[in-house]
Design a protein around this ligand. Structure first.
Ligand code: PEP
Ligand code: MG
Length: 326
C-alpha cells in the first residue's frame, strides 16, 4: 500500500512542464481500487478476458455488464479502456475452444480478434454488455492483436451494428464511443496510414510486439537477453510510429510492461510517447522518474542515440539518466 500511495497526489509533469499521462492496467473488479490508491489518470487497459478465464462457463451478458458497470462506477470521471477478449492460444478456454487441436505456436495462433471475428456471437454479447454498462457515459473500446486494417474495421462495424440495435429499441446509449486498436503485431505498422483515419486512439502492446519483432518467445527465460525493450530495433520501430499518429491527431500510448520500468518509460517519453498504462505498483516510481526528467533534453539525446545506436543502449541510457539526475 505504501508503494501504491507513493506520490499519489503529485502529477507526472516533467521539469520542462510536459504532462505525461499515467494510467493503470487492470483485469478484475478488485484491481480498480488501484486507481484511488495510486492517483493514476485512468485505466489504460482493462483486460476483459480475466473474467472469462476465472469462470467455469462463458460469462453471461448480465455478468459481463455488471463487471463493466462496477469498473466505470469506480473510475468516475477517469477514462477506462476496455479491451475486448484476448483469449485463445495459451489463454485457452475449455468451454470455447475444445474442438480445436492444440496449437504448436499458441501466441501466434487462433487468438484474440482472430477468434472473436470468427466466433462473432461472443463479441456481440460483449459489445452489448459494454454498451449497456456505459449508457450515459463514454465508452472506450480497444481491439487486441489487430494485424490488418480490415480486422479493426470489422470489429468496429460489429459494435456499431449492436449500437444500431439499441437505437432501434430506444435504449439508452453511451454519450460517446471511442474505438482503438492495439499495435502488437508488427505487420500492422506497415499499414498504419490506412488505419489511422479510422482510429480514435492507438495503444502499443510492447509485450507481444517485442516477441514478434524479435521472433523470441516472451515466456522463454533462455531468450530473455534477446528480449530487451531498450534494443535499438524496438526503439527505432516505436520511434517511427510517433510522427504519423501525431499528424493524424490520434493519441498514442503504450500499455505493455515496458512502460512500467523507469528506464524503459524514460526512453518512451524520449521518443515522444507520453501516455503510459502500467502495473499499479509502478505508478509511484514512474511518476518520480517523470518529475525529475527534462523531456526536451532527453528527446534530443534519443535522436542522437537512435541515429547511431551504441551496442549497449541500456548502458547509454543509464549513463544519461545518472548524469542528468533522473
Ligand atoms: C501486450 O502484449 O503488450 C499487452 C499489453 O497485452 P497482453 O500482455 O495482455 O498480451
Ligand atoms: Mg498482447
Amino acid at each position: 500500500r505504501a508503494v501504491f500511495a507513493a506520490l499519489k497526489s503529485e502529477l507526472p509533469v516533467t521539469t520542462d512542464g510536459h504532462r505525461v499521462t499515467v494510467m493503470v492496467n487492470a483485469g478484475l473488479r478488485d484491481d480498480v481500487a488501484a486507481l484511488d490508491m495510486t492517483g493514476a489518470d485512468g485505466i489504460g487497459l482493462f483486460r476483459t478476458e480475466f473474467q472469462f478465464l476465472v469462470s467455469a462457463t462463458l460469462p453471461a451478458r448480465e455478468r459481463q455488464q455488471r463487471l463493466y458497470r462496477e469498473v466505470l462506477d469506480a473510475a468516475g470521471d477517469r477514462p477506462v479502456i476496455f479491451r475486448t477478449v484476448d483469449i485463445g492460444g495459451d489463454k485457452a478456454l475449455p468451454y470455447l475452444t475444445q474442438e480445436d487441436a492444440e496449437e504448436e505456436n499458441p501466441a501466434m495462433g487462433w487468438r484474440a480478434l482472430r477468434l472473436a471475428l470468427e466466433r462473432d456471437g461472443l463479441m456481440k454479447v460483449q459489445a452489448r454488455a459494454l454498451l449497456e454498462a456505459a449508457a450515459g457515459r463514454t465508452l472506450n473500446v480497444m481491439f487486441p492483436m489487430v494485424s490488418e486494417p480490415w480486422e479493426y474495421e470489422e470489429a468496429r462495424a460489429l459494435f456499431e451494428t449492436q449500437r444500431e440495435w439499441f437505437v432501434q429499441r430506444g435504449r439508452k446509449l453511451p454519450n460517446e464511443i471511442n474505438y482503438g486498436a492495439m499495435l502488437e503485431v508488427p505487420a500492422l505498422a506497415e499499414q498504419l496510414d490506412i488505419l489511422l483515419p479510422k482510429l480514435d486512439f492507438l495503444s502499443i502492446g510492447t509485450n507481444d510486439l517485442t516477441q514478434f519483432l524479435f521472433a523470441a518467445d516472451r515466456a522463454n527465460p533462455k531468450l530473455a537477453e534477446r528480449y530487451d525493450w531498450l534494443s535499438p530495433a524496438i526503439l527505432r520501430f516505436l520511434a517511427r510510429l510517433v510522427a504519423p499518429t501525431s499528424e493524424a491527431g490520434v493519441p498514442l500510448g503504450v500499455c505493455g510492461e515496458m512502460g512500467g520500468r523507469p528506464l524503459e518509460a524514460m526512453a518512451l517519453i524520449g521518443l515522444g510517447i507520453d501516455r503510459l498504462s502500467i502495473t499499479p505498483a509502478a505508478v509511484g516510481p514512474i511518476k518520480a522518474m517523470v518529475r525529475s526528467l527534462d523531456r526536451a533534453a532527453l528527446m534530443a539525446h534519443m535522436k542522437t542515440l537512435l541515429a547511431a545506436p551504441p551496442r549497449d543502449m541500456r548502458g547509454a541510457l543509464t549513463a544519461w539518466a545518472a548524469e542528468s539526475g533522473v
